[in-house]
Design a protein. Structure first.
Length: 309
């Protein structure tokens, strides 16, 4: 496992961070349908929870409170609530990556159901369960309706993603980000304003900050020096206020989303002047790069003076 060490801030430029920070802003939550297997030796189903977030399991029948147990919940969860065809779970904190808690639910007809309560998966498709609709009868009206609603949600998300990709194809900022991530700075209107570099025990990092006409940009160079595990990009955030995490628009290009040990890659971000605008005028922005485990890897200060007229 990687050990995380705090880094000092480089004034007015950039903080290159390896410290653990939970990725709460914009975390994905889901309402999903769970159709139970008819196989008598069915395995336990996973339920994904996050600290201080309520997760509801909804059943077709009433669960029996006397025979419904979350094993070892004390000190990790609020007391589970059982009733009205629901079981409500609320962790007191985020569970560890390899931490899981068995949940045994017995319905009033004697049906026994097993679940494993886990932290959210870290893959791109990972989520926290807001509500899980559990159906034993796959052919029931409510089960079919719930599954249909899930399919419609997936179709809508795919449609949104396709529309976003179409817009990116014609975006000037995305074209600039593509040139920057490929090292073709001379083909863009940007001028390098500042650069900072630092080495940690598992990553060599360099950040270039660029000024431009009506735009600003940053290129993050990463080399994975850790011998045991790949480094995986999760996402990037651009905000003006680190307390409310109000997202600002930007163009992003990543040369490699996964860096094997010894491998290098670049992340390029371009922000238009409109992203810096507020009621008080232009404001400074913070660019956050998160890795796959939800920890903040790099924090770059993009000040409004990078915007050239």
């Amino acid at each position: 496992m990687r050990t995380l060490s705090p880094l000092r801030c480089m004034p007015l430029l950039v903080l290159l961070a390896s410290v653990a920070q939970a990725l709460e802003p914009g975390a994905r939550t889901e309402i999903r349908t769970l159709l139970l297997s008819e196989h008598p030796a069915r395995t336990a189903n996973n339920v994904y929870v996050s600290g201080q977030v309520s997760t509801t399991l909804r059943f077709e029948q009433e669960p029996d409170p006397a025979r419904t147990r979350l094993l070892g919940w004390e000190g990790r969860f609020e007391r589970p609530l059982v009733g009205s065809k629901k079981v409500v779970l609320e962790p007191l904190r985020d569970l560890g990556e390899d931490e899981w808690v068995p949940l045994l639910v017995t319905l009033v007809d004697g049906t026994e159901l097993s679940f494993l309560v886990r932290p959210p998966r870290r893959e791109k498709w990972g989520w926290t369960d807001h509500q899980v609709n559990v159906f034993k009868d796959r052919e029931s009206y409510n089960a079919v309706l719930s599954s249909l609603n899930d399919s419609r949600k997936r179709e809508f998300k795919l449609s949104e993603e396709n529309e976003r990709l179409k817009k990116e194809e014609n975006s000037v900022d995305h074209a600039f980000a593509t040139l920057l991530v490929n090292g073709q700075v001379e083909k863009t209107p940007f001028r390098r304003k500042r650069v900072a570099a630092r080495k940690s025990e598992d990553m060599d990092m360099k950040v270039e900050v660029f000024e431009g006409p009506g735009k600003a940009a940053a290129v993050i160079h990463l080399t994975n020096t850790y011998n045991d595990e790949p480094w995986i990009f999760r996402d990037a955030r651009l905000t003006a206020d680190l307390t409310t995490y109000t997202a600002r628009p930007f163009a992003l290009r990543v040369s490699r989303a996964e860096l094997a040990p010894g491998q290098s890659g670049r992340i390029a971000v371009v922000a238009d002047q409109s992203a810096f605008e507020s009621e008080e005028g232009l404001v400074d922005l913070a660019l956050e790069i998160y890795r796959e485990d939800g920890n903040l890897q790099v924090l770059v200060n993009l000040d409004h003076t990078l915007i050239r007229k």
